[in-house]
Design a protein around this ligand. Structure first.
Ligand code: KG4
Ligand code: ZN
Length: 349
């Protein structure tokens, strides 16, 4: 199948054409991130207004880059939940209109199922040399959620761990704000950490006294706040700031890896571990999970390129394909665009 995927759940406007859920023929992403560097976060109305301006040009570019016309498409997939409502409505309104005019099936997709589908995406025509192997453990870490999934197929699985407060991406973003870095903080904080000693400052390991697969990041954030307060003017020194960033980044990644290791031990027979979502772009998280998976003899998969880690239309097209293949009966004839929604209600167990 050739599917057009549309993603507008936050500050990105993306459209992508994907063949068979894996081969990315085009992926266009317009971001209003620069507009929000000054404000330190997304202003929902401004994001939606900007998306309204770029939606059609992005769609036109996606079809042109892929070298296809609407007649070549088999379906349209669109993020229907969760996210900023105004932003989601720009994408779903465009998708509904095009599906009606072009007489194509329309597949509403949960944003997180998009991230869960992003590890198979490839830009080379041959696709992934290694076919999917289930059961898989998927650590899905972004600005909006941090979940651990045990999956037996693309669209079936259970959530076995979740954050009790902030998401991992939020921990990066809020830490970055405290260190005076621009939005979005994750990439800026990891850049600041480069080349610095991550053992310089001790951060507590969250939930260490509990036998749980859950996450909690608010304590790390508070520790960082007190560390900066105690250091006072000393924290203005670039080398000190770099060491703080490295230690804080390591604390976040270590917490994620502890739960992941527990899950690998608990779920015998897991064939693959996947790390997806914006935070999967983090190189330190990648190297730590690589080390863990090698020691446990499980294959690690991360999105092929950094643009497939953060929000993009290709992952939505892929999720649409998998839903179409595995759960055609679950694709509703009509749907409501919603700011909230639980993926566990959509996946079969
Ligand atoms: O998946 P995503 O693009 O959007 C959501 O669905 O939330 O994730 C965005 C999050 C932000 O919190 C951003 O700071 C974080 O991913 N992020 C990173 C890196 N790149 C993006 N965090 C740590 N290191 C990175 N290199
Ligand atoms: Zn996302």
């Amino acid at each position: 199948m050739i599917i057009l995927g549309i993603e507008t759940s936050c500050d990105e406007t993306s459209a992508s054409v994907v063949r068979d859920g894996v081969t990315v023929l085009s992926c266009v992403i317009a971001s209003s991130r620069k507009d929000f560097e000054r404000t330190g976060g997304v202003i929902p109305e401004d994001a939606a207004r900007r998306q309204l301006e770029v939606m059609l040009p992005v769609l036109e570019r996606a079809l042109a880059d892929a070298g296809v016309s609407h007649e070549d498409l088999d379906a349209i997939a669109v993020t229907a939940m969760p996210g900023l409502l105004g932003s989601l409505l720009v994408g779903t309104t465009a998708a509904r209109t095009l599906a009606h005019v072009w007489e194509l099936p329309l597949i509403p997709v949960h944003h997180t199922l998009g991230h869960l589908s992003s590890v198979w995406l490839h830009t080379n025509a041959a696709g992934d040399a290694l076919p999917p192997a289930f059961p898989a453990l998927t650590l899905s870490v972004s600005g909006g959620h941090s979940d651990l999934w045990y999956r037996t197929s693309h669209c079936s699985g259970v959530c076995i761990g979740s954050t009790r407060d902030d998401a991992a991406g939020e921990a990066f973003d809020k830490g970055a704000v405290m260190l005076g870095l621009p939005y979005p903080g994750g990439p800026a904080l990891s850049k600041l950490a480069e080349g610095h000693d991550e053992r310089s400052y001790d951060f507590p390991l969250p939930l260490q006294r509990e036998d749980t697969l859950d996450f909690s990041f608010s304590g790390l954030k508070t520790s960082l706040k007190y560390l900066l307060r105690d250091l006072g003017a000393a924290a203005d020194d670039p080398a000190v700031r770099g060491s703080i960033a490295a230690s804080y980044q390591h604390a976040i990644c270590r917490h994620l890896c502890v739960s992941l290791e527990r899950a690998i031990d608990r779920y015998a027979g897991v064939k693959e571990v996947h790390i997806v979502g914006g935070v999967s772009a983090n190189q330190r998280l990648r190297s730590m999970t690589e080390h863990l998976c090698t020691s446990k003899s499980v294959r690690l998969r991360v999105p092929q390129t950094l643009r497939f880690c953060t929000d993009n239309g290709a992952m939505i097209a892929a999720a649409g394909e998998f839903l179409f293949r595995e759960r055609p009966e679950a694709i509703p004839r009509g749907f409501t665009t919603r700011a909230t929604g639980d993926l566990a209600d959509i996946l079969s167990q």
